[in-house]
Design a protein around this ligand. Sequence first.
Ligand code: MN3
Length: 201
Amino acid sequence: MAYQLPALPYDYSALEPYISRRTLEFHHDKHHAAYVNNFNQAVAGTDLDNKPIEEVIKITAGDPSKVGIFNNAAQAWNHSFYWLCMKPNGGGTPTGALADKIKEDFGSFEKFVEEFKTAGATQFGSGWAWLVLDNGKLKVTKTPNADNPMTSGQIPLLTMDVWEHAYYLDYQNRRPDYINDFITKLINWDFVAENFAKAMG
Ligand code: MN3
């Protein structure tokens, strides 16, 4: 059962001027599509083919003989999740139970922002910054390349792609500017709050 490339949840130009149509066309239609196609080809006809992609990611993590499957499965999932973490006129601050929990676990929303910025800016080379729920506690973490915190039992609530292909056409080498716009103009806190509610059961 092939994994489907999800359509973007907004128009290609909806995140302008922060993320351009051109970036989303390449990022979604070329990069994400390639991960999905490579994943489907790699598992076709194997016993991994019928499993949910999250399970494939957990099963293949850390297995040197399955690194190609892991990388493409995780990148397929990470990007599907990343698109939903943004929306036009996003940013601002979370509300309700999520806002309370951020204050409880980080001290303040500003502290969370600082940690999230640092995670994104200090991820050397390619990777992802995350807000996760880890044993009932919110944490900021970062992962290299395709890695996903679900392989260490954490529940992803928010992610930010810091591979160069996510921002290079719009920001060139200025990753911190992309990170700042992602946080202040793009984060879809409603989606993060839904993930938080589900994770808390
Ligand atoms: Mn990407």
